[in-house]
Design a protein around this ligand. Structure first.
Ligand SMILES: C[S@@+](CC[C@H](N)C(=O)[O-])C[C@H]1O[C@@H](n2cnc3c(N)ncnc32)[C@H](O)[C@@H]1O
Length: 385
């Protein structure tokens, strides 16, 4: 497979997301075989230096100052950014050394495909920003956190590692983030980049919903995406499902998130597609998923990477609940174990399938079908018991 992929790359054939993921997985395994512990430490330390430089360059808008098709001297770059030449050169060198930027001759620097990705407010840039701003501080605070709270799993809403790291252990992460609308907007954008890494939408065939809509016009809600952020999943489902009437779909999230969604539903893209705009034709409902479900009798309640709430009385006898989650295999895939660690900082955790059977049971549901994708990504179809 490696040789075929290399031949493809040489011919300039671009890999599908699945082929790309497969290739990365194989290369990772080869590196794991060859690397000794010292190589791992060096790579990790280089990684955190790299993310720090990229984060600084996003903040100082350095990437935008490098011409996309051209080259700039360190001196000019430092002048437009308003920084010391020695500082800019030194930070650029880290990115040149790691292949993110390219140096020409001794004094000039240019973009690579990797650095170009950081020049726009694209989901990828938001993802890096989220990793650095939201998850690095709690990870750095972990030794102090466990000194203070003991060697216990941090699972409560209060006393999360994140709130502790921000000096406010007595408030919930939701309350903490509600004070920072810009940070919430960045997280929503970042989550839409993750949709590409965890493409739940392709895992379930929604065509039967479009067929059902055509058979029974009416106004019964078809798909309610509960905790759907800025609508990126609903958009992906809509794109994948010809004939799905978007006006009978619902996007639900916290009221303040829905307000942000109204302005970021173009997904941060410079040229929003028709589907980006059309998703605003869905009903946008501000709500709290721990309280009563405001939309009754929908065909599908869809919840992706959210707590599984009790839908109880809102469900009609034929309603289905689709739960999209990472379901950890034992031992878990690398990306699932990493997500579990990140979730741990906000009091959450990834679960195994046994854990989901328990939760579904407590919510009065039974899991009736399971579709497994790569990297422990799973869609569970549930019905009322
Ligand atoms: C991990 S994100 C998942 C977002 C999206 N479903 C996805 O998979 O990309 C969790 C979502 O739940 C929303 N949320 C958190 N608490 C909520 C609550 N009590 N009621 C409604 N939505 C909530 C958040 O605003 C966020 O959009």
């Amino acid at each position: 497979m490696l040789t075929d992929a290399a031949k493809g790359l040489r011919r300039g054939t671009s890999a599908s997301p699945e082929q790309h993921a497969g290739l990365v997985e194989i290369l990772k395994r080869v590196v794991e075989l060859v690397h000794g512990p010292r190589d791992d430490i060096m790579d990790t330390m280089t990684g955190f230096c790299q993310i720090a430089v990229i984060r600084l360059f996003i903040k100082w808008k350095v990437f935008e100052k490098i011409p996309v098709a051209g080259i700039i001297s360190y001196k000019e770059l430092a002048a437009v950014v308003g920084a010391d030449v020695s500082l800019i050169t030194r930070l650029c060198w880290l990115l040149v050394a790691t292949g993110v930027l390219r140096q020409e001759g001794p004094h000039r620097v240019a973009h690579t495909k990797k650095s170009e990705a950081y020049t726009t407010v694209a989901p990828l840039r938001a993802q890096l920003q989220m990793g650095f701003d939201e998850y690095m501080p709690p990870i750095l605070a972990m030794p102090r956190y466990f000194d203070a709270y003991g060697l216990k799993e941090p699972t409560g809403k209060l006393h999360s590692v994140k709130a502790f790291a921000e000096g406010e252990p007595e408030i919930s992460v939701t309350d903490l983030m509600n004070r920072h609308s810009k940070r919430v907007a960045t997280m929503l954008l970042a989550l839409s980049a993750m949709e590409k890494m965890y493409p739940h939408s392709g895992l379930y065939d929604f065509s039967w919903v479009a067929a059902r809509a055509a058979e029974s016009p009416g106004d019964r809600p078809l798909i309610v995406d509960v905790g759907g952020g800025n609508g990126h999943t609903l958009r992906a489902i809509y794109n994948d499902t010809p004939g799905l009437p978007i006006s009978r779909c619902v996007l639900e999230d916290l009221p303040e998130v829905i307000e942000v969604a109204k302005t970021t539903a173009d997904n941060g893209r410079q040229r929003p597609t028709t589907a980006d705009k059309e998703v605003l034709g869905a009903r946008l409902v501000g709500m709290d998923f721990f309280k009563e479900q405001p939309v009754k009798g929908a065909l599908i309640y869809h919840t992706l990477r959210c707590d599984l709430e009790a839908f109880g009385d809102a469900m009609a006898p034929d309603s289905k609940v689709l739960v999209g989650e990472i379901v950890m295999s034992n031992p878990p895939a690398q990306s699932a174990a990493m997500m579990d660690m990140l979730l741990g900082t906000i009091g959450g955790k990834e679960r195994t399938i046994e854990g989901f059977h328990d939760i579904a049971g407590r919510a009065g549901l039974q899991i009736t079908a399971v579709s497994r994708g790569p990297r422990d990504v799973v869609i569970m179809e549930c019905e009322k018991v």
